[in-house]
Design a protein around this ligand. Structure first.
Ligand SMILES: CC/C=C\C/C=C\C/C=C\C/C=C/C(=O)SCCNC(=O)CCNC(=O)[C@H](O)C(C)(C)COP(=O)(O)OP(=O)(O)OC[C@H]1O[C@@H](n2cnc3c(N)ncnc32)[C@H](O)[C@@H]1OP(=O)(O)O
Length: 319
């Protein structure tokens, strides 16, 4: 019974049409023709393979930024990020993630999703800061819309989702992990919404997400201080659900999804949707306003100066 899951499919609603137009515009604007081709290739490949379905989506010039495999037997997909050096989320990478999320959501063979990283010691360094520094305004707005899309898709997914956090996970990386249903983390890494430490502000939907995850009081302290928590602290706060040794992170995520799969899918999905819909609807209703706020905030001279200094400090540290 647990295996029979009905899933909300993306119907040709105006939202879907807008998304397709958005993707088409991106492919034109940024030369992402290979993404489109690869997403076609994904469609063609999957039914032909027998057991382990493998999909590799790459954008022009960089191969295998995102690897997606679906285990035929269990229906568990694994999305592995591999965008060196630190899996930072730029426009193209986010677009690939969104395409993969859409495909998995619509695939009748997939019931669970694990997000993890191939880069040693890094889960995801959050947003690519270079997208926000001295930006082209059109691209900056597209970048933010694409990030909003990722959150809406992942937080609202009907799949059972788990983050296998095998490395550092600041800011946008933490957003991605908290958008999943379950988080298992290796010890000795940092996770949190550290935006204020960069002199920027976590937008309302980042704030809603952390509050939904670990409650108001701890979130207001964490958000104002921009705290990056150790894995152990994050466990105590409920930001992550389990800590296991590095080499057991993936297996633990798989076992957890198997556990969740025993619950009747329809009941679980309706419950998840009821709990998460208010936050998602809030972003839907304020989407354009949020993009404009982000653009106006990021393009302020004072914020550009602060970001420039932060980039310098990262570069100095890297030397
Ligand atoms: C009114 C309000 C309205 C709207 C809201 C407004 C604004 C809100 C905007 C945005 C929200 C922001 C969300 C974010 O996600 S911002 C990104 C935050 N991320 C970080 O602060 C992480 C920074 N990185 C690190 O701490 C470390 O790099 C890390 C722990 C991840 C890994 O450390 P490690 O020692 O392994 O590597 P490094 O030597 O530090 O870095 C290697 C290399 O990578 C570059 N790097 C690192 N992080 C980023 C990044 N996020 N983006 C781009 N590039 C990054 C780093 O500079 C090094 O580069 P190089 O010197 O060229 O080798």
């Amino acid at each position: 019974m647990g295996q029979v899951q009905s899933r909300l499919t993306i119907s040709p609603t105006p939202t879907k049409l807008a998304w397709m137009m958005h993707l088409r515009m991106l492919t034109t604007m940024h030369g992402l023709c290979e993404v489109r081709q690869c997403s076609k290739r994904w469609k063609n490949l999957c039914p032909q393979t027998k057991n382990l379905q493998k999909c590799q989506m790459s954008s022009a010039g960089s191969s295998e930024m995102l690897q997606v495999t679906v285990d035929d037997k269990s229906g568990i997909a694994t999305m592995t990020m591999c965008r060196p050096p630190v899996n930072s989320l730029n426009l193209e990478f986010l677009t690939q993630i969104n395409i993969a999320l859409e495909k998995l959501e619509n695939s009748k063979d997939c019931s669970g999703l694990i997000i993890t990283s191939k880069i040693p010691k890094i889960f995801c360094a959050g947003l690519d800061i270079m997208e926000m520094y001295q930006p082209n305004v059109d691209r900056l707005q597209e970048f933010w819309r694409t990030l909003q899309e990722m959150y809406i898709r992942l937080y609202g997914s009907q799949l059972i989702t788990a983050a296998a956090i095998n490395g550092a996970s600041p800011a946008g990386g933490c957003l991605m992990a908290m958008s999943c249903d379950y988080r298992v983390m290796a010890p000795g890494y940092k996770i949190g919404l550290n935006e204020t430490q960069l002199g920027i502000v976590a937008p309302f939907w980042f704030q809603d997400l952390i509050i939904n995850t670990m409650g108001f009081r701890q979130s207001e302290m964490a958000l104002q201080l921009g705290t990056l928590f150790t894995s152990e602290e994050a466990l105590n706060l409920g930001m992550v659900d389990k800590i296991v040794p590095q080499e057991q992170v993936m297996e633990t995520a798989i076992q957890e999804i198997h556990k969740w799969k025993k619950i009747p899918g329809f009941a679980r999905q309706i419950t998840k949707s009821a709990l998460r819909k208010p936050s998602i609807d809030k972003l839907h209703s304020k989407r354009e306003e949020d993009i404009a706020n982000f653009r106006d905030f990021i393009t302020k001279d004072s914020i550009q100066k602060t970001l420039g200094m932060y980039i310098e400090s990262l570069k100095k540290k890297a030397k």
